[in-house]
Ligand binder design. Structure first.
Ligand code: PHE
Length: 354
C-alpha cells in the first residue's frame, strides 16, 4: 500500500507542477488527459488495486479520489486564468468607446427642383387642389387639338414639339408633352366635377440655351365649377404668391393670348428685391422689370376646351394656369442663374447651396 500511496503523491506533485507550468489552454488539455484521462497515469495506478488487500484498497482508493479532485480543481483554476487573460487581450486591442460622439455620414438633400415640387404641392393642397398625374407622352389631340389649336395653326409653333415616331391614330401623332395643359381635357373627361387639380409633370421642347432646357417641369392648375370667375383666379394666385414667395408679395394680370383660355393673362409677381418699386437705392432694380417678375400664363378656360372635355360651358366655367417650376423656384431663391442648364449638370458645388 505504501508504494501506491507514494506513486499517488508523486503523480499529485507532477500534475500540480505541470498545471502551473502550462502556457496555454491547449497544454492544460493535454495535461488533463495525460494524468487524469481514462487511459491516464491515475488510472494506471488504480489498476494495481487488485494486488493489495481489500481493507487497504479503501485507503488507497479514497486517496486517489482526493488527488483527482485536487488536480481537477487546479486545472479549472488555471483555465480561468487563461480565459481572463484572453479577454484582457481582446479588451486591449478590440474595443470601442461607446460614449464617443458618432461620425455623421454625409447626407444629401433633395434637388432644388424636387424641393419646389413638394412645396408647391403642399401649398395647393391646403386650398383643396389635389395633385394628379397625366401622361407625359400623349396624343396630339390632348396636347393641341382639344385645346383649341387645330392642325397647322400657327400658335402651335410656340410649343417646339418633339414628335414620337409612332403610327398616327384618330387622336393624331404622339408627342412628348410640350406643356402640362394636356391634363386639362384629360381631367375634364374623367367627369368628376367640380375639379380642383394641380398637375406637375415634365415637359419637352426643342430648345436649349441659357434660359431653356429641353426637359423641364411645369405645374398646371385647373379649377372648374359653377360660377367661377377671374376673382377666384386672382385669389388663388395671390394666395400662392404669398405662401411661396412671402407674405408681402402680390400678383398682377397682364392681358395675353392663349388659344385655350379666354381671356388670357400673363401673371407677374412683385419683385422681392426692390419690393415692387423697380428701384433699389435710387438705381434701377436689376432683378426685375419695373418692379415685376414674370411667372407664367393663366386664363379662364375656353368654352371649346370645356366642350372637348364633355363639360357644358353654359353651366360650368373655370380657370387654368401653367408655370415653369425651374423658373418659379429660381425666382424664389433669388438666384439669378446665368445659365439655367446648371440645374441639371449634377454639380454638387452648385446643388449644395440649396
Ligand atoms: N400651357 C401654357 C404654356 O405652356 C401655359 C398656360 C396654362 C396658359 C394654362 C394658360 C392656361 O405656356
Amino acid at each position: 500500500m505504501g508504494i501506491m500511496l507514494d506513486q499517488l503523491e508523486s503523480l499529485r506533485l507532477s500534475l500540480l507542477k505541470a498545471v502551473s507550468d502550462a502556457a496555454s489552454m491547449g497544454e492544460l488539455e493535454e495535461i488533463e488527459t495525460k494524468f487524469l484521462g481514462r487511459k491516464g497515469e491515475l488510472t494506471a495506478i488504480l489498476r494495481q488495486l487488485g494486488t493489495i488487500p481489500v481493507e487497504e484498497r479503501k485507503v488507497v482508493g479514497s486517496r486517489a479520489n482526493e488527488v483527482k479532485m485536487e488536480g481537477e480543481a487546479a486545472i479549472a483554476d488555471r483555465r480561468q486564468v487563461f480565459a481572463t487573460s484572453a479577454h484582457a487581450e481582446i479588451a486591449d486591442t478590440d474595443w470601442a468607446d461607446v460614449t464617443e460622439p458618432g461620425v455623421r455620414p454625409p447626407k444629401g438633400h433633395l434637388h432644388p427642383v424636387s424641393q419646389a415640387i413638394r412645396e408647391i404641392t403642399k401649398i395647393f393642397d391646403h386650398v383643396g387642389f389635389s395633385r394628379v398625374r397625366h401622361p407625359e407622352v400623349d396624343w396630339d389631340w390632348f396636347a393641341f387639338e382639344s385645346l383649341n389649336m387645330p392642325k397647322e395653326h400657327p400658335a402651335r409653333d410656340e410649343w417646339e414639339t418633339f414628335f414620337v415616331d409612332a403610327p398616327e391614330t384618330k387622336q393624331g401623332r404622339m408627342v412628348l408633352t410640350p406643356h402640362t395643359s394636356n391634363s386639362q381635357v384629360r381631367e375634364l373627361l374623367l367627369g368628376e366635377l367640380p375639379i380642383r387639380m394641380i398637375n406637375i409633370a415634365k415637359c419637352y421642347r426643342r430648345q436649349i440655351d441659357v434660359t431653356h432646357v429641353p426637359v423641364f417641369h411645369q405645374f398646371e392648375g385647373l379649377y372648374v365649377d359653377k360660377d367661377v370667375s377671374i376673382t377666384h383666379l386672382r385669389g388663388v394666385l395671390d394666395y400662392f404668391a404669398k405662401s411661396y414667395f412671402g407674405p408681402d408679395r402680390v400678383t398682377r394680370l397682364r392681358p395675353h393670348h392663349f388659344r385655350f383660355t379666354e381671356p388670357s393673362f400673363e401673371i407677374d409677381v412683385s419683385c422681392g428685391v426692390c419690393g415692387g418699386t423697380g428701384l433699389l437705392n435710387g438705381a434701377k432694380c436689376r432683378t426685375c422689370k419695373r418692379g415685376w417678375l414674370e411667372l407664367g400664363g393663366a386664363g379662364m378656360v375656353h368654352p371649346n376646351v370645356l366642350k372637348a372635355g364633355g363639360v357644358d360651358p353654359k353651366v360650368y366655367s373655370g380657370f387654368a394656369f401653367g408655370w415653369g417650376i425651374e423658373r418659379t423656384a429660381s425666382m424664389k431663391s433669388g438666384t439669378k442663374l446665368d445659365d439655367i442648364r446648371i440645374l441639371y449638370k449634377n454639380d454638387i458645388r452648385f446643388l449644395e447651396q440649396f
